[in-house]
Every structure is written in structure tokens, then in C-alpha cells.
Design a protein around this ligand. Sequence first.
Ligand SMILES: [Zn+2]
Length: 358
Amino acid sequence: MYPRMRRYLHYLVTVLLALLLSLSGVVCAQGVWVVTDIQGVDYVKLSDVWKFYRFTPRMGRPGCVSYGSGRHVVSLKANQQDFYVNNYRYVLSHPVREHGAELMISAIDMRKLVDPVLRPRFSPNARLRTVVLDPGHGGHDAGAVSAYAKEKDLNLAVARKLRRMLENQGYKVVMTRDGDYFLTLQQRVAIANSVPDSIFISIHHNSGRKAAAGIETFTLAPQGTTSPFARTRRNADLAGNNQDSENIALATAVHSRAIRSSGAIDRGIQRARFSVLCTIRRPAILFEGGFVSNPAECRKMATSAYQNMLAHSICQGVVAYNNTVCRPARSVAASNTGAGRVRTSISGSRVGTYSRKK
Ligand SMILES: [Zn+2]
């Protein structure tokens, strides 16, 4: 054999060996994620999930299966879409399923919700200098109306207080409206998309049955999932966006603080295809700060003290989001490397760390 060819073969074997070792490292460290098709949706075993995060059984919500570690306790129930992390409610895109003796969670919820929530991490593309605040409705569009308040006024009041607080923290703030006038949804999105290094927070207040109460936060439904909050039933076909991890991290940071500060009923972080969330090219949430249609809740919401509290908790959420997702803290960056593997190993890519069962 020519020495040159031998050198080449030696190089090839070394590369293949390194590749194999790195792959087997993935398999050994994380086990094989068996993906099971249940009614056309990819599911993974929760026992594998617990193993991966080194979770053990915990005391959690009554009637739920609860697992956790020092930092997180996760609670869920078979056949339900409710998913709790440290007692904050999330709504899964697909229900938890029973499959034989196993509880299963959908692979897309695992990738797009569970992992980014349990391990929010530095994202090299996420930069935050400007917060775009979008007080919903305005002008002839009052939003929800009751004897105590009009939604458009509450939205603007909270946004103005929040603007001051964010500016005190050193952020630039752009308001989609700073007065009582009407803007189309497309105009709001166009403003947000024109601001670089920004996030988008649309502020609304809710309307429903008289007894309905509490706070809920919406993020865009990831591609491949359906959402009850969409215009078309075929909404699983619609595109998601590139900020799924950032969206859910921002929602978590803001929503958890608002629930903690207000003591309001936790209606959860939910997925939607609202117009303002569908075409936005920035990390974005739509925050619903309580029910105008609930007299007791609306009376509180109309006070400056309550609006200050809401604004303060959203501001704290933005700061926490920025510290985790937009700044390369050493410890966060280090855990980032592991995170990529989870994504590849359960996303059905060709890494070979999962196998498929029917
Ligand atoms: Zn509204």
C-alpha cells in the first residue's frame, strides 16, 4: 500500500472511531428514546424522560403523577393536556397517553415545551435591547367592556407603567400605540418586525363567562401541532416560527411571576395561532391580565396598584428572560451543549439514538 493511501485510511478510521464513540456517548448518557406512534402522533415514554432529567417521584399536585429534582417538580395526569412545572400550569399540544403500562408524552411537547422550560438556555441568536409593547385594541375597538373598565384602557395603562419600569432597567421600549387609537393587527406586527434585537409583548385583558377569572399567557403553537385558538381546523399545517424555545422561555418567565405576584387563578401558558403571534419574527407572547367580564376581578384590575403589580411582574419576567436566554452565562452555556443532543435524539433525525415502534 502506498504510504499516502495508508495515511489516508488511518485518518478515515480515526474519524469513524471518533464518530462512533461520540454517538455511543449519546446513547449511553441518555438511553434510547423509543418513539411510538399513537394515533399519528410521535410519543416517548415518560419513564425515559424522568431518567434523562434524573427525576425521582415527588409529592406534587393531588391526583397527579409527579416527578422532580431539587429545582423542578413536574405533575401530569393520563389523558390530560395539563402539565405543571413547579405548580405553574402549561397546556400541552397533545394529551399525556397511557400505552400499556407506560405513560407517554408527545415528542413535540417534549422538544418544544418540556425541555426549554426545564432547561432554558442561552441562545446565541437571542439579543434583547428593545421591548415592543403592544396594548391591545384602541379607538373604536374597545375590546372587553364592563361597568368598571374598558379593556383598551387597562391594556394601555399597564403598558405605560411597564414602559417606565423597563426603561429604568435600561431597555429601550417601543409602543405599538401610546394613545386611544386603532391599529390593525398587521400594523402591530409590522412595527414589531421592524425593530431589531427585540421581543414582543401584547397586553390584553380577557372576557368570558361571569365566573371566569385568572391570568393566561399565549405563545405561538409550534408547527405540527393544533391549537383550539386558531382560525382554521387545519392549523397543524401552518408554520411555526424559529423562536419556539425563546417564546416558551419568555412566557414562562413572565407568566410565573404574574401568577406569584397577583395570586390570580393560573389559567396556564397556552398555544395559539392568533394573528399577532403567527407572523411575528421576534420572541413573542400575548398576556391576558385578568377578566374584564368578572366584576370582582375587574374592580381590582382597574386600580393603579393592581396595574403596577402586573407591570412589575412582567418587567421582572423580561429581566429574568434576558439573563437566561440572551446572555451567555458560563453555566448556562455549558448546559447548552447537552440540550442540542436532546433535540436531535427525540426529533426523529438520523442520529440513531431512537428507535420506532408501532
Ligand atoms: Zn383583547
